[in-house]
Design a protein around this ligand. Sequence first.
Ligand SMILES: *Cc1c(COP(=O)(O)O)cnc(C)c1O
Length: 480
Amino acid sequence: MTFQPTITIEPFRIKSVEPLGHTTLAERRAALERAGLNVFQLRADEVLIDLLTDSGTGALSAAQWGAMLQGDESYAGSRSFFKMESAVQRITGYRHVLPTHQGRAAEHILFSAVLTPGAIVPSNTHFDTTRANLQLLDLDARDLLIAEGREPMREHPFKGNLDVQRLEALIAEVGRDRIPLVMLTVTNNGGGGQPVSLANLRAVSAVCRRHGIPFFLDACRFAENAMFIKLREPGYADRTPLEIAQEMFALADGCTMSAKKDGLVNIGGFLALNDDVWAERCRNRMIPIEGFPTYGGMAGYDMEALAVGLEEVLDPRYLQYRLDQAAYLGERLLAAGVPIVRPTGGHAVFVDAGALLAHLPWHAFPGAALSAYLYEISGVRSCEIGSLLFGLKHADGSDAPAPNELLRLALPRRMYTRAHLDYVAEAVAYAAAHRHAIRGLRFTYEAPVLRHFTARFAWAETGERGGGSVEQVLARQLVR
Ligand SMILES: *Cc1c(COP(=O)(O)O)cnc(C)c1O
């Protein structure tokens, strides 16, 4: 007989701690009022548990802090650059590595250096910054996600997959010359952190190679994607996350990366690629806007921390804990009758606020209303991913609804324990039980672009009423 634990424990112990921002209900009400009911406008000190984003918010390891003391801040030829370069090359195999301050800078450099206006760039789902960078250069960003990926309640192991038939059809329709680049986001952040299978990566790669189209990964969560492959794709259970990641990158010609995600650092990113001509153009583009090629947008100590982070992130124990954290929070919410996007992805749990607050119309922003209410009752900060964030407009300029009204509970890496997640689950369950008390929001200020960051709201007087019991809401949501 051997001891078989049923719990996944945090695979680390805590060496350095930071107090949480405890507040009273009255203090949170005052803070919310000052913030115009928009959690982006809160001060972090007013937040107890911060699940706004998993980007750059994680904890560094003792090994990373140790490495940072050895940062070489030389302008040219920094020793820290070569450490980071070899850490990136070990995983990706790409010849050229260009450090940038964030993922979006890597995107901008790549697109502006090698693409020309009017071209089409397909992906499973372009992340907001990728889409914005393409659009700023008059490039056409196309999302070709499989149909299953667009249905929040549909169970599928690889909901981030790209629809290869639609890619082939697009190439046949517009011609290879209009498509100078294909991208694939792993995991698919815009679609709920859902993974892409190696079979799909292989199929997309084969289409690209047949047509001679360069193929790049948006690799922000490559390690979480590799772990999903290990756990879900037949034939990969015995492979290490490193081996799987190497296989993923080998199918592509380059990648853009936000190190604030699976780099396990607070700031940084890179562009990595094989093609010498494109690399030279990208380096020439990078120097005036980011910096000299051996630091780009990063300090020497940041590159040291990234080199260590890229090793730590591929530890299967870390990745198992990481994915189990999201699954655990998801299960607790489902047990409390809270509708969530299934299965849970790698970095967050998404609550279906539209289904939960069925008494609110989409233009009363149920996700943002739930986010404000959740903060008010518990001090937990979350983020709306719905009609407010997407800001879609009809041709006449009036607001249009997003496909789903979601509330994202993003999990910073190595930051919160299971007790913290239990607290979050209790708070969301309380909000669900009191959902009829949650009113909709109306704008008192709306900025012309990226309105969700700066918007100010008031609680709407009365929304449309409806809703029913949690069971009725769940039943309705299951047949959608
Ligand atoms: C965060 C993110 C980016 C942009 O990275 P930044 O470091 O925030 O600039 C690009 N793509 C995906 C999938 C992301 O999650």
